[in-house]
Design a protein. Structure first.
Lengths: 551, 186, 108
């Protein structure tokens, strides 16, 4: 865990006071809605269909048990007893009142949690791998760099009114769990031939109505230069990004219009002026940030202890273990994913009681630490293997042990028309119905890794372009219709999905997905060939032929 | 509209002269008072102005690279940057570049849709003159400027950024243990 | 498709003006008396663009009461009942179309 110091706490208290004053001025009429809206957005406050929504950042996906408990408290006291985890390592409360928001924020601020820059045209919550610091695959803990960027970007005087929002994601492992290729800036931490740490810098990725995979503009940026280089990117974007059309204002459009090469040249020219300036990170500064991350006091314990191997005799435990438990860098420990996708439930939702259960389990078995991933699941990154059976038993009792991680029912879905003022179609009930169709876990296991992503409109909060199966809700003559794409992926081989065929009605979607899955089972070269690989090998045509023949 | 100069309400010595008046005529420049002109008007009058001692300020367009202002700087007594709406943040970059790279030490004025909630970041970007739209915002200037004491990143405003400010107190860095004792909020 | 707020005003059938209350975001409907009500049944229902524009202009006069006002279709049911005219408005009036995650576990 990163430990906030008195500076961070002072800043949060000042921010809460500032927002309280802004809300008072709004309620009194001193601020118009047009003036207030960007201010509330920069504190994570949206106005949705039924109520205000508060989006709270979970910086680089890391939460302490106290912080999660405080989120449960906010859900209970100011909302309707649950929260929704999003694809950008945030949590959303859907029913909160503007009048209550300053106090809710003060409550969260007490444990170092806030909604700062979770919306608005500024640098958003910097996201990274939910396995950071625990996976054996990584070159360094990416959270160090996410934290440095969090501090740098917080209330940045130059970049608070950008042309549009700006999202940065970092991966430090070759396997990309942070979707860095579909962010405004993606940073891929690695070592060069001399063993030095640095970033590959990608820009101009993104989803929405004009999706792009990010382009690499620098293969290796020494870590000490990360802030000056980001400042150069931001400065070029702030001055030259389009402001005439909200749909063309993201950096991806600028990069596309002038070309990645010209964009890179502009960035390098700007960077040459500032690289040796005040933003250059010294070892002392990096070490100072690194020292604020507390790591668990891992014990020297046996790998694959008898307590765990004995429990594997229980087929239910064994099923969960094979699905939701992942290799840790320390022998005798594991990373545990907690599915927030029980069959038939809204994806990514957790009740206040479930949050408390997870917080308690983190205290008992996981060094007080919880993670949130972009797939809308939770994670306990540091669990001793001997504790896995008891952890599983308690998760199971709380409805948190569905062994469907990375399965077809592990669906990413945006809130859709049930909550969102921008949506054209519902997403959550579609996800619920699909997951019911694949409730049989043996069947879903035999299908293997398959990511279904659903967005309720073209803004693509459900990342439909990069779902192995993507589902996009549209509206036609007052009815909900859904376009299906196949073959997208958000990982290190990021790719946008290909449209399968004509849009289908709300009622037809679950059956169509079943038909697509049946076609895959028929077409795959072997049970080892994943859905997405079959699509890449064959294209969408054979799927189209089989699926639309029956509809 | 009120002018705040270096933190205090001040009379505006400069007369803003439009490019055209309502009748479509080009209004004459006042003979001896300082004037604030658009870049276009300034370029048209450059020669005439050169023969006078009138102090001149220009409004630099926010879609024109600020580096192009350099040849004119020696002639200028004021630079104004424009916020057509408070959501258009291009002038923050222009202000920082003007101060931190192009070396402008003279007055730098924020004009346009200038509101209270942006005063502090304008100041951090290098503006020392602010022309708020609302009188009430001008009255609240001091409070708005002091709403924060913590600054995470360096600009040219001389404030120590947090990344560096922390280093000076490394002797007392028992923050891991201390964070609980000190209470959650400062 | 743009959100309703951004659409050009076309009125083909009965409509009402709706918004969200400033203080708590609740869905409210513009009444004939020039106020706001949380009950759709209290809404002023009109059928022509000029009437709808007049309602909307009234709604925009004070933005400390309600925000984001726009014209929404309604359906006139039997015995004068006013019903939401499309899925979006049905959801705004009746709530989400699935069960909210219930806190079924014993409190921790």
């Amino acid at each position: 865990m990163y430990v906030y110091d008195e500076f961070d706490r002072a800043f949060l208290a000042e921010r809460v006071a500032d927002f309280r004053d802004q809300v008072e001025r709004r309620l009194s009429g001193a601020l118009t809605e047009d003036e207030f809206k960007p201010l509330r957005l920069m504190n994570g406050v949206y106005l949705q269909l039924h109520a205000y929504m508060l989006r709270v950042a979970i910086p680089y996906g890391t939460l302490s048990s106290d912080q999660l408990r405080r989120m449960a408290h906010v859900a209970r006291v100011y909302d309707r007893g649950y929260g929704h985890f999003t694809t950008r390592q945030n949590i959303q409360f859907n029913w909160i009142k503007l009048e209550d928001l300053p106090q809710a924020m003060a409550d969260l601020g007490e444990v170092g949690v806030h909604g700062i820059q979770t919306s608005g045209n500024c640098i958003r919550n910097v996201t990274t791998d939910q396995w950071a610091g625990a996976t054996p695959e990584e070159f360094d803990d990416p959270r160090i760099w996410a934290e440095i960027l969090r501090q740098y970007s917080t209330f940045h005087p130059e970049f608070t009114y950008l042309p549009r929002k700006f999202k940065i994601a970092i991966t430090a492992a070759p396997k990309d769990r942070a979707a860095t290729k579909v962010h405004d800036v993606g940073l891929r931490l690695h070592r060069n031939e001399d063993g030095e740490l640095g970033f590959e810098v990608l820009v101009g990725g993104g989803l929405g109505r004009t999706p792009f995979v990010g382009k690499s503009i620098r293969p290796f940026l020494p870590v000490r230069d990360i802030l000056s280089y980001i400042e150069a990117i931001m400065r070029v974007y702030n001055q030259f990004g389009r402001r005439d059309n909200i749909y063309k204002a993201r950096i991806k459009i600028l990069v596309h219009e002038i070309g990645a090469e010209a964009f890179a040249e502009a960035v390098e020219a700007e960077w040459a002026n500032i690289r040796d300036g005040a933003l250059q990170l010294t070892d002392e500064i990096i070490d100072d940030i690194r020292a604020r991350f507390l790591y668990p006091d891992f014990a020297a314990v046996e790998d694959q202890p008898a307590e765990m191997t004995a429990a594997l005799e229980d087929p239910r435990f064994a099923t969960w273990y094979r699905n939701s438990v992942h290799r840790h860098k320390v022998p005798g420990y594991s990373i545990v994913t907690i599915s927030l996708k029980p069959v038939g439930a809204p994806p990514g939702d957790a009740t206040a009681d479930q949050m408390d259960v997870v917080a308690d389990l983190a205290d008992a078995y996981a060094f007080h630490e919880i993670r949130v991933g972009h797939e809308q699941n939770l994670c306990l990154p540091n669990v001793a293997q001997k504790d896995l059976p008891e952890l599983w038993r308690q998760l199971d009792a709380a409805g948190l042990a569905t062994p469907n991680v990375n399965h077809v029912s592990d669906i990413i879905a945006c809130p859709g028309l049930d909550y969102c003022a921008l949506a054209n179609a519902r997403a959550i009930p579609v996800a619920q119905e699909i997951s019911k169709r694949f409730a049989d876990l043996d069947r879903s296991r035999s299908i293997g890794r398959l990511h279904v992503n659903i967005s309720g409109c073209i803004n693509a909060c459900g990342h439909h372009h990069v779902g192995h199966i993507g589902i996009l809700g549209v509206e036609k003559n007052g009815q909900e219709f859904y376009q299906i794409t196949l073959g997208g992926r958000a990982d290190e081989h990021a790719q946008l999905g290909t449209l399968l065929g004509p849009a289908v009605s709300y009622d037809q979607v679950p059956g169509l997905i079943e038909d697509i899955v049946d076609a895959y089972l028929e077409l795959r070269a072997s049970p080892k060939e994943l859905f997405v690989d079959t699509v890449h090998r064959l294209g969408v045509e054979p799927f189209k032929e089989r699926v639309y023949a029956t509809h | 509209m009120p002018l705040i100069e270096n933190g205090k309400l001040a009379p505006d010595r400069f007369t803003r002269v439009a490019d055209e008046d309502e009748a479509g005529q080009v209004p004459p420049l006042p003979a001896s008072t300082p004037v604030l002109l658009s870049l276009d008007r300034f370029l048209k009058e450059e020669e005439a102005l050169a023969s006078t001692n009138v102090e001149v300020g220009i409004i630099w367009p926010n879609n024109k690279p600020i580096a192009e202002i350099v040849p004119y700087l020696p002639r200028l007594a004021l630079v104004a940057l424009n916020f057509p709406t408070f959501r258009d943040g291009r002038a923050y970059s222009q202000a920082r570049l003007l101060r931190e790279r192009l070396g402008w030490k003279g007055p730098l004025r924020a004009i346009g849709n200038v509101l209270r909630d942006q005063f502090l970041i304008m100041s951090r970007a290098g503006f020392d003159q602010i022309v708020p739209v609302k009188d009430a915002d001008a009255q609240a200037f001091d409070a708005a400027m002091h709403s924060y004491t913590v600054f995470y990143q360096p600009t040219g405003d001389g404030r120590k950024s947090l990344l560096r400010a922390r280093l000076g107190r490394s002797a007392t860095r028992a923050e891991h243990d201390g964070s609980k004792d000190r209470g959650a909020t400062a | 498709m743009a959100a309703p707020q951004q659409q050009k005003l076309k009125v083909n059938g009965p409509v009402a003006v709706t918004a969200n209350r400033l203080a708590d975001g609740a869905v409210v409907w513009r009444t004939a008396a020039g106020g706001w009500s949380t009950a759709l049944g209290d809404a002023a229902v009109v059928t022509t663009a000029p009437e709808a524009i007049a309602l909307l202009e009234g709604a925009h006069k004070r933005d400390t009461d309600a925000v984001g006002a726009y014209v929404a279709p309604v359906i006139l049911g039997d015995n004068g009942a006013v019903l939401p005219g499309n899925l979006r408005e049905r959801i705004r009036v009746n709530g989400v179309t699935f069960e909210l995650p219930a806190s079924t576990l014993p409190a921790a």
